[in-house]
Design a protein around this ligand. Sequence first.
Ligand SMILES: C[C@](O)(CO)[C@H](O)COP(=O)(O)OP(=O)(O)OC[C@H]1O[C@@H](n2ccc(N)nc2=O)[C@H](O)[C@@H]1O
Ligand SMILES: Nc1ncnc2c1ncn2[C@@H]1O[C@H](COP(=O)(O)OP(=O)(O)OP(=O)(O)O)[C@@H](O)[C@H]1O
Length: 317
Amino acid sequence: MSAPSSARHVTATAPGKVNLSLRVGPPRPDGYHPVASVYLAVSLREAVTATARPDGRITVGPSSRQVSLVDTTDVPWDERNLAHRAAVHLRSHLGLDPETHGVDLEVAKQVPVAGGMGGGSADAAAALMACAALWDTGLTRARLAEIAEPLGADVPFAVLGGAAVGLGTGADLTPVAARRPVHLVLLPADAGLSTPVVFRTLDELRAAGRAPAGRDVPEVDEDVVRALTRADPLALATAMENDLQAPAVALFPELSDVMDVAMDEGALRAMVSGSGPTLLLAAHSEQDALRLATAVEERTGVAALPVHGPVPGAHVL
Ligand SMILES: C[C@](O)(CO)[C@H](O)COP(=O)(O)OP(=O)(O)OC[C@H]1O[C@@H](n2ccc(N)nc2=O)[C@H](O)[C@@H]1O
Ligand SMILES: Nc1ncnc2c1ncn2[C@@H]1O[C@H](COP(=O)(O)OP(=O)(O)OP(=O)(O)O)[C@@H](O)[C@H]1O
């Protein structure tokens, strides 16, 4: 990951993710929910270019070099941006002089915004990696993943990539060796869902007895891990689960109809991705994913994205 400290630009990339399994417990006093998640990094990547500024300012904006493939209208291009927060966090973590270590960040997005695929988290991961190289820190990817934790539950995984079990808030990661690529089709929605609202809606559904209660400390679904390590698409599709599906569908009822169409077109399984509203469809093979994507796109008008995983985590290009 190292680039010469004299480099003026460094571009790094990081992947979006899906949760093949997401079990959620009741909220803790700090508002976060304990989870047991099986993460898979997928072949939609964000890219962040960091250019050094001697005046200490940190800016963020859409890339002038690479076109974003998704609608970025709802992305805040200011200090709320997760890439911006990542640069500020790394600089202060390293004790670098805030008067001299500035950076311009340019972001090119492929991951749907507020789609439950960790796009902002991938921007944070790519920004951390690019700034770490620009500032010649020599930090390993594993160390950067630890440093990433305060930026959000999904950020450490976007740094590490591959496939992993995530416990705690999702940031306590153990890699899973997936034997062969998993082929999926993603169906982004034309509106986003707010992650905190989806978690809160799950709590409300549970309080009303409309969703099964979660364990205080959720345990990882070993069937999903086994299916991933054995490269068994049917077993994986059967075992996949997401406790956030019920609240996502309650907030976005049209998702049910799209999932029905996908199953009708031969998806092994249709499920909400993370906090939604992006849907993920499981397929047997790359060819099957391409066929399914075309069929679902024709029937629903939703632009379908065939993807695969696991793919590598954040790295410098
Ligand atoms: C839904 C997932 O994407 C599944 O991987 C993650 O759990 C969410 O990860 P994230 O977007 O990186 O989440 P953060 O930015 O850390 O948190 C956003 C908000 O989501 C809620 N949140 C998030 C993670 C978690 N384990 N419990 C929560 O309740 C909290 O309200 C939090 O304030
Ligand atoms: N770099 C960024 N890209 C996209 N959204 C960002 C970024 N930085 C901050 N945000 C804010 O975060 C919100 C969630 O964006 P994001 O695309 O990460 O959602 P998500 O994929 O659903 O997240 P997750 O799955 O990690 O919960 C956006 O609505 C936006 O307001």
